[in-house]
Design a protein around this ligand. Structure first.
Ligand code: RIB
Length: 302
């Protein structure tokens, strides 16, 4: 049976310009190419999880504009359940102007619009589907109180939770305590923990109860997991990088699907690393998410 994943999060229309190098403040540079496409950390994770074979429900808000139509188009194409997506009458769909340089590095601005109008009632409406999920994932492109509420509802129902604390932010400890897994990159780890020590000590400082694990994504170095009394690093796959945008989302989707399918922590992280590796070989965010057979093929090369 397919893994059931519920994602409470954002949709943004990505407006991406590709250029040799990012402009400095006050500078104008020539772009090589401009592309619009579906994005938003929550929706990217939903698309990636669906392509990996999971049954995915997305819980979020968009506006009533043309970008919202494009959101529903990709969700429909990928077979993602959208019964709990609200079309907000007063807010525009989120947008994200993105710059990507020739090394594949990016800078992103998010104008979150309707994503920030999510309410506790939106989560309550999805409570039954949350109760049947294998894993719930949420990120920080919606209001933090909704992040906390979604995690609380999932935990009350005994559902495993992943908090992807992206973009970087600081959450109250009682919200962090609701996450079974936290998946920051190094910058997000410093913001979330308020510490600037080693990856392992920063990660360990977030663990306040039994059963919590921090999985820190380290780009080309792979990912390191840290629990109360153990830690391990799982190497990345070496690939030709075209665009790193969405790599974290691919990783989270792979990790959630791996966990939901009963893989061990190390195996789920290897699966996530392979998903992220394939994502960075292609331009764009949601459109660059790989399919299951591609991930399986890459895993076999190790
Ligand atoms: O993680 C990449 C995503 O961050 C982009 O799709 C953009 O919309 C921002 O949310």
């Amino acid at each position: 049976m397919a893994a059931k994943i519920v994602i409470v999060g954002s949709f943004n229309m990505d407006l991406t310009a590709y250029m040799e190098r990012l402009p400095r403040p006050g500078e104008t540079v020539n772009g090589r190419k401009f592309v619009t496409g579906p994005g938003g950390k929550g929706s990217n994770q939903a698309v990636a999880a669906a392509r990996l074979g999971a049954e995915v429900t997305f819980v979020g808000r968009v506006g009533q504009d043309v970008f919202a139509e494009q959101a529903f188009n990709i969700w429909r194409q990928e077979g993602i359940h959208t019964d709990y997506v609200i079309r907000d009458a007063n807010q525009a769909t989120g947008v994200a102007p993105i710059w990507v340089d020739d090394a594949g590095e990016n800078s992103i601005v998010v104008v979150l619009g309707a994503n920030l109008a999510m309410s506790q009632a939106d989560i309550d409406a999805a409570a039954e589907v949350i109760a049947q999920a294998d894993v719930l994932i949420t990120q920080l492109e919606i209001n933090y109180d909704i992040v906390g509420y979604a995690l609380k509802v999932a935990k009350q129902k005994g559902i495993r939770t992943i908090l992807n604390p992206a973009p970087a932010g600081h959450l109250p400890p009682d919200v962090v305590a609701l996450a079974d897994f936290m998946t920051p990159n190094e910058t997000e780890l410093e913001s979330l923990s308020g510490q600037s020590g080693s990856v392992e000590s920063n990660a360990r400082s977030l663990l306040t109860r039994e059963g919590q694990t921090v999985v820190v994504t380290l780009g080309a170095q792979g990912a390191q997991w840290v629990s109360k009394d153990a830690a391990n690093q799982i190497p990345a796959f070496k690939v030709q990088v075209v665009d790193t945008t969405g790599a974290g989302d691919a990783f989270n989707a792979g990790f959630a699907v791996g966990l939901a399918e009963g893989k061990s922590l190390d195996e789920a992280i290897a699966f996530a690393n392979a998903t992220a590796a394939l994502c960075v070989t292609r331009p764009g965010t949601a459109p660059s998410m790989p399919r299951r057979d591609e991930v399986e093929a890459l895993l076999k090369t190790r």
